[in-house]
Design a protein around this ligand. Structure first.
Ligand code: SAM
Length: 223
C-alpha cells in the first residue's frame, strides 16, 4: 500500500541510498522519524517525497536528501553535543536526536520553536533536545563548546562566533554562498583553525542575524 507511511518511509530510504547516503544509522533515523507529522496537514501526502516543503513563517522543512547528507557529513558516533542553528519544523532535530547525545537547537521564529518542541518533546517524547528562541548566529555561548554544529540556513560566510564555539577536533556543516545558491561546507577545527574539505551545491533559506544576512535589505552583515 504506497500510502502507508512505513512503506513510503522505506521507499524514501531506498531512494536516499541510491543517491549516495551510505551511513546505515542515518538511513535508520530517516526511516524512524515520521516526516509526515512535521508538515502542514495539507502537505502530508507529499511528505515522503524528496523535496523541501513550505512550513509556517515562510520557512521550509529541508529536503530529505539534504537532511541525510548533512547528518552523514557530521559523522556522529552518539557521544556528541550538537548545536543546530535553524530548528524549522524540528524534523532535522529529530534525526539528530537519534544519533547524538544532546542537541541544542536555536530558531529565530518563536512559533516554529514552540511547534517543534510540542512535536519532539510532547508527541515523540524526546528527552535530549534543548530549545532556544533567538539569533543562532551568535551560537549558544553558555553551552559551548560543541562537538558538532549544523547550520540549516544559508550563510554569507562562516560566522566566527560559531567557529569559536566548536570544540577542537569538532566539525561544522554549513551552507555558504549567495542568497540563491550555496555550497555545503564541511569544516573541521584543527589546531584552532578552520579546515574546509568538502562541499556540494545546495539551496537554503537565508540565515538572518547579526553574523548572517540582514533581515530587511538582505546584505551580508560584517562579522
Ligand atoms: N532543518 C529544518 C527542518 O527540517 O524543518 C529546516 C530549517 S529551515 C531550512 C531554516 C531555518 O533557519 C528557518 O526556520 C529559519 O527561521 C531559521 N533561521 C534563519 N536564520 C536564523 C538565525 N539567525 N537563528 C536561528 N534560526 C534561523
Amino acid at each position: 500500500m504506497p500510502d502507508q507511511p512505513d512503506v513510503r518511509a522505506r521507499e524514501l530510504a531506498n531512494h536516499l541510498r541510491q543517491r549516495g547516503i551510505t551511513d546505515a544509522k542515518v538511513l535508520e533515523a530517516i526511516l524512524n522519524v515520521p516526516r509526515d507529522q512535521f508538515v502542514p496537514p495539507a502537505m502530508q501526502s507529499d511528505a515522503w517525497e524528496d523535496r523541501a516543503l513550505p512550513i509556517a513563517c515562510e520557512q521550509t522543512i529541508s529536503q530529505p536528501f539534504m537532511v541525510a547528507l548533512m547528518t552523514q557529513e557530521l559523522a556522529l558516533t552518539g557521544a556528541e553535543r550538537v548545536l543546530e542553528v535553524g530548528t524549522g519544523s524540528g524534523y532535522q532535530t529529530a534525526v539528530l536526536s537519534r544519533l547524538a547525545r544532546e542537541v541544542f537547537t536555536v530558531e529565530r521564529h518563536a512559533a516554529l520553536s514552540e511547534a517543534a518542541r510540542e512535536m519532539l518533546d510532547g508527541r515523540l517524547k524526546l528527552t535530549n533536545v534543548r530549545y532556544r528562541v533567538g539569533d543562532g548566529t551568535i551560537g549558544w555561548p553558555d553551552a559551548a563548546p560543541f562537538d558538532r554544529i549544523l547550520v540549516t540556513a544559508a550563510a554569507p560566510d562562516l560566522p566566527e562566533t560559531l567557529f569559536q564555539q566548536l570544540a577542537e577536533g569538532g566539525r561544522i556543516v554549513i551552507p555558504i554562498g549567495s542568497e540563491s545558491q550555496q555550497q555545503l561546507n564541511v569544516i573541521d577545527r584543527r589546531d584552532g583553525k578552520p579546515v574546509h574539505f568538502r562541499s556540494v551545491s545546495c539551496r537554503f533559506v537565508p540565515l538572518v542575524g547579526e553574523h548572517g544576512w540582514d533581515g530587511t535589505d538582505r546584505t551580508p552583515r560584517t562579522q
